[in-house]
Design a protein around this ligand. Structure first.
Ligand code: UP6
Length: 264
């Protein structure tokens, strides 16, 4: 996967959600996802509007928004149409299949009704995927599994990561990729998974709360990630959001173009 272009991967990808996303990245020349972790609707919409032209994917934590309402969802969807990006609710589901099904489809947020992509931990076992799939598959949604995490001391390593990749391989109709710190090529004999990597900054190494940052080049060229996820590096204190979004978009895309090309 590392050596193929997004377009080449899209052309043969069996999963419609993955295909749509890979095509979007190439069309927009962006492998940047912005993690908009702010607590007001106004701020969320303002940042989404500013980064919209530069991103392939808007990542939300919808449960941190104080004044969440259906209008926020409607406006986010309108922005995603206007600027051509997809929406990823970073819900990190972690319960039994029946419970996550309810959390995904119901409640105040009704995540499945608007988020193209969501994610879950593999710690409960495969039932979590089956539960989410019952809601998401008929809607053409995609799921990412957390195979690794960016935070210091993460327990998602080694055998846990390998078992997570094996789980994904058994659910390729719904699982489109991973949250991981590197390409999962070694483990994914057969199947094409999109690796999205958080913990990305061009300026700082950490946040004092366990987050660990690497550059887009380290993530994409050296480690084989596909999508760089950037949060505070773009909208943190004193930052010009548009300037930073453009800067990270350029850095991510340059890294993608620099990746090794096929020999044969
Ligand atoms: N995130 C990580 N590391 C992971 C998984 N997810 O940082 O292993 C998410 C966080 C946050 C974003 O929940 O929304 O990615 C990173 O934001 P930052 O760039 O501001 O640190």
């Amino acid at each position: 996967n590392l050596r193929k272009t997004y377009t080449e991967r899209a052309a043969v990808h069996p999963n419609p959600c993955a295909r749509t996303f890979l095509e979007l990245m190439e069309r927009k020349r962006s492998n940047l996802s912005v993690a908009v972790d702010v607590t007001s609707k106004t701020e969320l919409l303002e940042i989404a509007g500013k980064v919209g032209p530069y991103i392939c994917l808007l990542k939300t934590h919808i449960d941190i928004v104080n004044d969440f309402d259906q209008d926020l969802v409607d406006q986010l969807k309108a922005l995603s149409k206007k600027h051509d990006f997809m929406i990823f609710e970073d819900r990190k589901f972690a319960d039994i299949g029946n419970t996550v099904k309810l959390q995904y489809g119901f409640g105040i947020y009704r995540i499945a009704s608007w988020a193209d992509i969501t994610n879950c931990h593999s710690v409960p076992g495969e039932g979590i995927i089956s539960g989410l799939k019952e809601i998401g598959l008929p809607l053409n949604r995609g799921l990412l599994l957390l195979a690794e995490m960016s935070s210091a001391g993460s327990l998602a390593t080694g055998a846990y990561t390998a078992a997570t990749v094996a789980m994904a391989r058994r659910h390729q109709d719904f699982v489109i990729g991973f949250i991981a710190m590197r390409g999962m090529d070694a483990e994914d004999e057969g199947g094409d998974f999109i690796v999205m990597t958080p913990g990305v900054s061009l300026d700082v190494a950490g946040d004092g709360l366990g987050q660990q940052y690497r550059t887009p080049r380290e993530v994409v060229v050296e480690s084989g990630g596909d999508v760089v996820i950037v949060g505070r590096g773009i909208y943190g204190k004193g930052k010009n959001v548009e300037e930073q979004a453009k800067r990270y978009r350029d850095a991510g895309w340059e890294a993608y173009l620099e990746r090794p090309v096929p020999v044969a």
